[in-house]
Design a binder for this molecule. Structure first.
Ligand code: SF4
Length: 378
């Protein structure tokens, strides 16, 4: 269990409450919906993936931690609680964040380019990355943050009304609000709105298989290709993430991989080569890989931003290992934000940041050489 002392609690809570509805529902972009923020409110919905143990204990089966939890205790993620031998999620229908973002921001570059995603998150996470960009909400407990009552039907309705092609489960770790994500995806489908999961991939096989039935795309943060990194900087494990990627490939789910390169931590060319070789061989050369630039964050403020040369070298390694679509992220205006045809080299989607200046992909192919470009384009 992740325990914080009183000083940290007060500091974190103060930091959060001082923000103008920090990362919360922006009513100006949602004119037809007037959410009421309620501080420190939880909901109780029975969890779907757990088993009952003697003496009112339970074992959570949602993620590889498989927390064993006594009555009136919570799991590591802090958003699931055992009450009298029944395990509950405390965050179903209680997002703390909601925005409309370009799908390119997730980033998903081969999935409905140029469309908008209604993006939601609850508090909580099942790991603790020392470089987390959203630690103010990912490391919170439900009582520490404002949240809104937003049931799945409303999420889907807002997305449809605002012409969002998808609902994105993002910002924190959607694995820990799996039931809410699943229900939103079902409601979205009824209204023709797709669903994308932006995740660390640290989830057990059975819940991920079930999610594959209702999701349309997934982005996985593969944070390193060495267990040492996961132990020291993530508080998680590498192998379950690789297993999730293999499962997504087997299920024919559309997915993309982001690898945040942190200088001295996961930038060894051999590690990057090993990863790319594994992706090409065990997954597919068609999986887009985004090498993303690190900026000092959270508990990793003593490391400088990633040099562009490191990102360029990683991209060269990936292309040499046979990957077809390799991007560089968080470097404004870099040409590797665009999509190139792997066969003839033509620029197919010209991007600057999250903006698309031109999209030449025609019926899923390169208009110049007819090479089939992997992705979901319509
Ligand atoms: S989802 Fe939360 S409670 Fe369940 S195993 Fe993972 S960290 Fe533990």
């Amino acid at each position: 269990m992740n325990i914080i002392n009183r000083r940290t609690f007060v500091k974190k809570t103060a930091a959060f409450s001082s923000l103008p509805i920090c990362c919360l529902l922006e009513t100006n972009v949602l004119p037809s919906f007037s959410p009421k923020a309620t501080a420190a409110k939880i909901s109780l919905t029975e969890a779907r993936h757990y088993e009952k143990l003697p003496y009112k204990k339970i074992r959570c089966k949602l993620c590889p931690r498989e927390c064993v939890i006594d009555d009136l205790e919570r799991g590591y993620c802090g958003v699931r609680e055992n009450r009298d031998g029944i395990y509950y999620t405390l965050v179903h229908s209680r997002p703390c964040s909601a925005h409309i973002d370009p799908i390119e921001k997730k980033p998903l570059f081969h999935f409905l380019p140029g469309t908008q995603a209604f993006s939601i998150a609850t508090v909580g996470c099942n790991v603790e990355c020392k470089f987390c960009q959203n630690w103010e909400i990912s490391q919170m407990r439900p009582e520490q943050a404002q949240s809104f009552d937003l049931p799945p039907e409303s999420v889907a309705q807002i997305a449809a009304e605002r012409n969002c092609s998808s609902i994105a489960y993002t910002y924190t770790e959607p694995v820990i609000f799996e039931e809410y994500m699943y229900d939103c995806a079902v409601e979205g489908r009824k209204r023709g709105v797709q669903s994308v999961m932006i995740s660390n991939g640290y989830i057990n096989k059975i819940p991920m298989e079930e999610l594959c039935d209702v999701l349309d795309a997934v982005k996985i943060d593969l944070k390193a290709f060495r267990q040492k990194f996961y132990t020291e900087l993530v508080a998680g494990e590498l192998q379950p993430v690789l297993d999730t990627l293999i499962l997504l490939q087997r299920k024919k789910m559309w997915y993309e991989i982001v690898y945040l390169i942190i200088p001295t931590k996961n930038d060894d060319p051999q590690e990057i080569r090993d990863m790319c070789r594994w992706i090409a061989k065990d997954l597919s050369p068609d999986v887009p890989v985004h090498f993303s630039r690190f900026y000092p964050q959270y508990r990793l403020k003593n490391i400088s931003p990633t040099p562009t040369s490191t990102l360029t070298r990683a991209r060269e390694i990936a292309l040499a290992e046979g990957l077809h679509y390799v991007y560089i992220g968080n470097v404004a205006g870099h040409q590797a934000e665009s999509t190139f045809c792997p066969q003839c080299g033509m620029v197919l989607i010209h991007r600057i940041g999250y903006r698309i200046l031109a999209n030449k992909i025609t019926n899923g192919t390169c208009p110049n050489c007819r090479f089939k470009i992997a992705g979901k384009w319509n």
